[in-house]
Design a protein around this ligand. Structure first.
Ligand code: HMG
Ligand code: MG
Length: 299
């Protein structure tokens, strides 16, 4: 299959990138990050997470973030909402889009959201209904699509089942999460091929963490399958609190560099994006995990 002409990047650094940071990060820093990302041409930013502050303290300022951000035209600012409580709070803050998150692994579902996969799907139903009433679009995540920190290998058929359930429930897009970054290109290809038997390829996104350094190779493999939405995090920030040892998402700068080289449009200014990566890593005292960003900064 030919590569897509355009790819939409979903920037998850303000949420996935920061949720696991142990020391508090000022709301003002998060807001500046979000605005710098938008200024670099990112049109879709996952800004916050309406989860329990006891579970994920770093996301406790979700209201302040969602109401404090400067909305730029053409940019979608979204948030995670695992249940009705989260959705109602997000709606009060004026969100135009939210995301629910399930898993292809029973053990991960229990650790991450304290319920079974079937229970999570039942919990998402009213979230989808309420969001529809409020004319808010819902994205669906499936975690552990290429492996689980507790269960090991995950069958593509299990990923397909959960993805299909989310899609049929009304999620407009399903993002396939390699939560612990263990996948390799052929496995990623097979997984996407299996899921796309039930869901059109244009409704799927790749959300690959880079723990084992395979994310770019895996993205190349699924681009060949026709995936045209990629989740990434500036400077490769991030990690999931319920997936021990998992490192950040694939770095946005590295994805843009790859796509530029393939002649695939993103509308993103790579230099501005790289500057944002340099700034945020200095601001929070983290290493910059984007090789492209580091290379550009050294010029
Ligand atoms: P629970 O304890 O089963 O829920 O947690 P509960 O309904 O029994 O409520 C317990 C307490 O939490 C109550 O407070 C509720 O009010 C409160 P208390 O009475 O004890 O004071 N509560 C909430 N507070 C704020 N916002 C809410 C909310 N809901 C309940 N929405 C729950 C269930 C899902 C809430 C919990 O397990 C949780 O917050 N988990 C967070 C998990 C998380 O954020 N994980 C990281 C994001 S997922 C990810 O990173 C993967 C992804 O990137 C894709 C990939 O890489 O694979 C998306
Ligand atoms: Mg993630």
């Amino acid at each position: 299959m030919p590569f897509p002409k355009q790819v939409r990047l979903v920037e998850v650094s303000p949420r996935d990138g920061l949720q696991n940071e142990p020391s508090p990060i000022a709301t003002a820093t998060k807001l500046e990050l979000i605005d710098r990302l938008a200024a670099a041409g990112i049109t879709y930013i996952e800004a916050a997470s309406f989860v329990s502050p006891k579970w994920v303290p770093q996301m406790a300022d979700h209201r302040e973030v969602m109401t404090g951000l400067t909305r730029r035209p053409g940019v979608t600012y979204t948030a995670l909402t695992p249940n009705l409580k989260g959705l109602e709070a997000a709606l009060e803050c004026g969100v135009e889009e939210v995301a629910v998150f399930g898993a292809a692994s029973e053990a991960f579902s229990q650790k991450n959201i304290n319920c079974s996969v079937a229970e999570s799907l039942a919990r998402f139903e009213p979230v989808l209904e309420r969001a529809k009433q409020a004319k808010v679009r819902v994205r669906g995540y499936v975690s552990c699509v290429l492996g689980c920190p507790y269960e090991g290998e995950i069958a593509p058929a299990k990923v397909a089942d959960v993805s299909k359930a989310l899609y049929e429930m009304g999620c407009y897009e399903v993002s396939l999460g390699d939560t612990i970054g263990v996948g390799t290109p052929l496995a990623a290809k097979r997984m996407v091929e299996t899921v796309s038997r039930d869901i059109p390829m244009g409704k799927l996104a790749a959300h690959f963490h880079d723990t084992y350094g395979q994310a770019l190779a895996n993205l190349y493999a699924v681009l060949e399958e026709g995936i045209s939405v990629i989740d990434s995090s500036v400077a490769g920030l991030g990690g999931c609190p319920y997936a021990k040892g998992a490192s950040g998402n694939v770095a946005s700068e590295d994805v843009v560099y790859l796509l530029n080289g393939l002649g695939i449009e993103t509308g993103i200014d790579l230099n501005k994006l790289a500057d944002t990566g340099t700034w945020i890593t200095q601001a929070i005292g983290r290493p910059n995990r984007s090789k492209v960003s580091v290379a550009l900064a050294a010029k």
